[in-house]
Design a protein around this ligand. Sequence first.
Ligand code: HEC
Length: 135
Amino acid sequence: MKKLALLLLLAGALMAKDYTKADRIKDMQIMAEAMSQIQTGIFYNNNDIVQDGALKLSDAVRRVEPPLEEREEKDPMTRYMNEKVKFSHKTTKKIDQKAKIILERFKNGDAQQAIQAYTKIMKQCMECHSQLRTW
Ligand code: HEC
């Protein structure tokens, strides 16, 4: 079980090799823009704007990877112990799932549920920032 977890971590590190700080900042800016777009769409009750924003958010959050120094930590046990890589993957996955909820709920006229998912995304953004931004 432990071996499998380590293998998965190493595979993830290999796949994420080319994701730079500049890439991450760009995706963060796209996500911030997508979030205001979703909010605008909700306020104006415009489904097209909400859908477009939620898709943009999903698209960007799937690319996000934690800072390089964390992924390149040589000692796999240290990486496993500090869990930050795992944490960030969990966070981005949650954001992606909530974006899908916004898409579905708003389309079906359930603005309340869409707003709730939106708020949860905000919380995930801020949680990751307080954990990772000051590395
Ligand atoms: C996986 C962790 C993580 C998640 C989740 C995350 N962020 Fe970030 N964010 C960062 C890090 C790390 C930085 C600092 C950029 C850097 O130095 O790489 C950052 C920086 C930013 C910036 C500043 C970019 C700049 O121009 O300097 C914005 C804006 C931002 N994030 C928005 C968001 C929004 C909106 C969300 C949620 C939809 C979000 N972030 C979710 C980790 C995350």
